[in-house]
Design a protein around this ligand. Structure first.
Ligand code: NAD
Length: 531
């Protein structure tokens, strides 16, 4: 099967719902003759007239020419009997998300279309391998997973099941490109790429909510500061908690109840209570008319506090950012570039970039609590034997001045340090948002987990690193791909945060991907070789 086989091939789209109609539109706009079929009589014709209306609207706005719309619509026709589709060379299925229904449809289709007709499924969660089971030619069945709304979203996950012919996957890959999409290859595993790698974006926020570490508004603001278009809470409210919960649950169940994917009781309760988000008027936020969205405290720049002895620890982009801010304020400070931590030491008190430990753990006079991995190099015990005043701040991935940044202080720290620590952050240009002293704060733990999940997907052959990056940026509009974040951080840093989270919580959620460990070893041996 070659690409040229499918370019301009007549195709059948089965299922004239939201996805089927979008797929029909994109295929017709790319020049294909499209037959649209739906089990519900009249549904395909209705979908075409709805499409005509929306395309006319785009003509009125000057986004499409009347001529191109006439041509697009002339290429699409509704078919009442699926048998009328016998001559097509490609079928794209977008029917109800049920294995039995999809299997039965493809079996029926095999008796109608030619043996070399490609069969594609738009399933978002069902195993492509399982859908192909029972077909006479299972090699021609492939996943062609579009994202909603189909005409706008660029990503197509081209999903290969165990028996999918590589040439068939390649033909769909090339066809997707011809349709103006960015395809990525994926192996048929639960959640494919996007729905799997995205799980921690929701899960880490819900874990923090469950332990009352921060409010939805603060969590959303901290993650929006990284460049996410929507914070996790507002996004779950938009998706609908029922839908989001059921995807999480299906990934969890499909992974044999791997604790890494365990759904949240917080969301379960919201679903049980009918607080489904925007569609029911209430989720994390209230959508009733006139309801006021809780705001976070605004950024107030302010000046750096006074300090007799000031030292900037560590090196890299975060240390550089502080160095620039301190320098601009005309402060004189020492540097400890080889320090084991990054941040500011002011008269012995420490404001540190999170390494996954809580401020209390770092500030405790004794060694870290039993079971934690020792990553500390410098002493945190003051001469008096009391702990050191410690506050930690989150990974500042957001570049905007005044970006929200989570921080926490050890409950054992002095009141003076608890008041001064956020002033240092504000003066350095961050909108400091205090959260409970939770390990890994907000961004560091979320991004570490997104990287970790992506690393496992690569390790298990689900996708390539480039595929994962493209999928997350195009499928869910992430501001960067997980491996792009990794390139700005470093594998050992991510591992350290994950190990601290694992030591704190126990369980399987934070186990480190072997792929990441491999990258860290590689980096260590390279730097050893260079030394
Ligand atoms: P939908 O409910 O809007 O449309 C499904 C259509 O299929 C309906 O018109 C229904 O009458 C028809 N149908 C059901 N069984 C049929 C059968 N046996 N033969 C012919 N027609 C049949 O659903 P949707 O949101 O368009 O989703 C369709 C598929 O796309 C599902 O597999 C879904 O998981 C997947 N998907 C959905 C989204 C999304 O955001 N909605 C995104 C990606 C993938």
């Amino acid at each position: 099967m070659s690409t040229s086989n499918l370019s301009n091939a007549p195709l059948l789209v089965v299922g004239a719902g939201i996805m089927g109609a979008g797929i029909a539109q994109v295929a017709a706009q790319a020049g294909h003759t499209v037959l649209l079929h739906d089990a519900r009589p009249g549904a395909a014709a209705e979908a075409i007239s709805k499409l005509a209306k929306s395309l006319d609207g785009l003509v009125a706005k000057g986004k499409l020419s009347a001529e191109s719309v006439t041509q697009t619509l002339a290429r699409i026709s509704a078919v009442g009997a699926i048998e009328e589709a016998a001559p097509v060379r490609l079928v794209v299925e977008a029917i109800v998300e049920q294995l039995d229904a999809k299997r039965a449809l493809f079996k029926q289709l095999e008796a109608i279309v030619a043996p070399d007709c490609v069969l594609a499924t738009n399933t978002s969660s069902i195993s492509v391998t399982a859908i192909a089971n029972g077909l006479t030619h299972p090699g021609r069945l492939v996943g062609m997973h579009f994202f909603n709304p189909v005409p706008l979203m660029k990503l197509v996950e081209v999903v290969s099941g165990l028996q999918t012919d590589a040439a068939v996957a390649e033909a769909i890959f090339e066809l997707s490109k011809a349709w103006g999409k960015t395809p990525v290859h994926a192996r048929s595993t639960p959640g494919f790429i996007v729905n799997r790698i995205a799980r921690p974006y929701y899960a880490e926020t819900m874990a923090l909510l469950q332990e009352q570490a921060a409010t939805p508004a603060v969590l959303d603001a901290c993650l929006r500061a990284v460049g996410f278009r929507m914070g996790p809470c507002e996004l779950m409210d938009l998706i609908g908690h029922d839908t989001n919960f059921s995807v999480t649950r299906s990934v969890y169940e499909a992974n044999f109840y791997d604790k890494r994917f365990v759904p949240s009781l917080v969301q379960r309760e919201m679903v049980d209570g009918g607080l489904l988000g925007r569609k029911t008027g209430k989720g994390f936020y209230d959508y009733a008319e006139g309801a006021v969205r809780p705001a976070i405290s605004a950024h107030v720049a302010g000046e750096f506090p006074q300090a007799r002895r000031l030292c900037l620890h560590g090196s890299g982009p975060v240390a550089d950012r502080f160095a620039a801010a301190l320098g601009a304020a005309g402060l004189s400070f020492g540097r400890a570039p080889a320090s084991s931590w990054v941040g500011i030491e002011a008269d012995g008190a420490q404001l540190r970039l999170t390494d996954g430990r809580t401020a209390a753990q770092i500030g405790a006079p004794a060694a870290a609590p039993l079971g934690t991995q020792a990553v500390e190099v410098s002493s945190t015990t003051s001469e008096s034997g009391r702990g050191v005043d410690v506050a930690v701040f989150d990974l500042p991935l957001g570049a905007e001045p005044g970006a929200a940044l989570a921080w926490s202080v050890s409950p054992a720290a002095s009141a003076a340090w608890a008041a001064a620590a956020p002033q240092w952050l504000r003066a350095a240009g961050f909108n400091a948002q205090q959260v409970a002293d939770a390990p890994g704060l907000v961004v560091a733990r979320t991004v570490a987990m997104l990287i970790n999940e992506a690393a496992d997907a690569v390790h298990q052959g689900v996708c390539s690193t480039e595929g994962a990056d493209a999928a997350m940026k195009l499928g869910v509009n992430y501001p960067a791909g997980p491996f792009e974040w990794l390139a700005r951080w470093d594998a050992q840093g991510v591992i350290t945060v994950l190990e601290q989270l694992d030591a704190w919580y126990r369980g399987e959620r934070y186990r480190v991907s072997p792929w990441l460990r491999g990258q860290a070893s590689l980096a260590a041996s390279r730097s050893g070789a260079g030394a």
